[in-house]
Ligand binder design. Sequence first.
Ligand code: M6R
Length: 614
Amino acid sequence: MCGIVAYIGKKEAYPIIVKGLKRLEYRGYDSAGIALLNNGELNTYKKQGKVANLEDFTKDKDCSGHVGIGHTRWATHGPPNDVNAHPHASENGNITLVHNGIIENYNSIRQQLESKGYVFKSDTDTEVLCYLIYDIKTNTGVKLGKATRLALQQVVGAYAIVVMCKDEPNKIVVARKSSPLVVGIGKENDFYVASDATPIVEYTKQVVYLNDDEIAVLNKEKGMKLFNIDEDQKEPYIEELELRLEAIEKEGYEHFMLKEIHEQPRSIKDCFRGRLNAEKGWVSLGGIKDYEQKMIKANRIIMIACGTSWHAGLVGEYLFEDLARINVEVEYASEFRYRNPIINENDIVIAISQSGETADTLAALELAKSKGATILGICNVVGSSISRITDAGSYTHAGPEIGVASTKAFTAQVTVLTLMALYLAKLKGTISETKFRTMLSELEAIPQKVQQILDKNEGIKLIAKQYKNASNALYLGRGSSFPVALEGALKLKEISYIHAEGYPAAEMKHGPIALIDEEMPVFVIATSGPSYEKVVSNIQEVKARKGKLIAVVTEGDEQVHSIADNTIEIPDTDEHLVPLLATIPFQLLSYHIAVMRNCNVDQPRNLAKSVTVE
Ligand code: M6R
């Protein structure tokens, strides 16, 4: 977790860094800090809370300098306060650094340094690394780059760091292991560094994504030098960014989350653009072409993910099993990796991740790779760690998702999984030509149907108003609508802080039914399809206990409409595609409830967008 921004060059560093930190606030907002090097002086400012607090604090301070490093924190070691905020400095203040990740062996290094007489100011693992670099530099007389490299050789854990030193003012040193870091190459040796490309895109499109165990010295006179941690110099691989600046702005919406919900007709279309043609009857996923035979012959496919991406995986399980008749298991990445799972070279493991940086998913994937499995990825962020370590995969093309609560990334993941399931089903011959073509046409029509649901926003807002004061909520669904129920509950929990649970509708009678009274809103997906009548029975059970019932139904539904307190109609579609539509009203309901409760929708408490710690 945490966001890093740094700059070295001919411009003023402060505005570039502060603007960049605001773009990275989704990664954590417990504290923010900046250190600027100016004419031999190192000025460091740090404040608990958001970047805006730091801006207020620095209003009357000296913020000049052409070299600087900044940080926005999601606390791991030590509470969120000014002292634990980054940047951290060496005891004499000469060296300062920002860090994203966790130094697992920080305690033993700290004890070692304390025995040499060093006194620490903060509770963080980061300060320990800074002192270690200082200790090596002073005792061996090496330059900052080498001292950093030697220090990192002693470190166990994950890091993306930027280090700066008063005595070597023309350079900054950057390094990464398991936490992302991008270097933007500007004109005439000016360099922009960040945890992702969003703070960089308005200055340059030329970037180098650092790989694990790489370290670079960025010198405003001598340019960039890239090394392996063990000292071999290598050529940086410069890539062209495809990110558009507008994609990371709010564009008139009150919140990023609302913008992203409304972007879904476009993001779903972008996801299948060039990958399907309903008229000609084909689906093509170039990214997995080389592995298609292995996939259709696989005994099983394991999908690993966390949070919302795990819910997408559950939808994928229904699709793969029903359409392509491939056995699928969906695992929480964090559980999978610690379970000594039985996997070998015959297995295919698909990681699903919006950010492509989630530490647990990444580690689970590495484990699967080490056991010989084929590893594939479904990621949104181009160039992310997961997308780079996988053998192959498919991007979701949803565009940058800034709101911490995932919305358009979920529907894009489900769209890719649908395309994959159809592709494999066709190849394997488990789907009839008629069904295949019908599903392609239905999938093509999804963006417009999503738009029809978004057009009901005002009505959904009125429903949200009725339930904004609830303390608990239940979400129920059957089949592939069960993951939609889980996702609906997660959305409500994370942004409005209302306790919510998702259940398979039929499971309700095995326990959760005890919770139902006239105070309990129960959100149900009751769309037409094979399990409709069963869900209606579950609905009756809720009403018999006086629960408040809010049902998502298919247009024209009369039966549920006559029983439920509120209904939200969605257009009819193939039952396999219902999750793509049924999830939209739940996103809007959660959004409106959170806004009505004055919650910070885009940056909910305690959360961060990209969880790069275990
Ligand atoms: O970037 P990832 O998709 O790997 O992230 C996984 C989860 O951290 C993420 O989906 C999280 O649950 C979101 N806050 C959900 O809205």
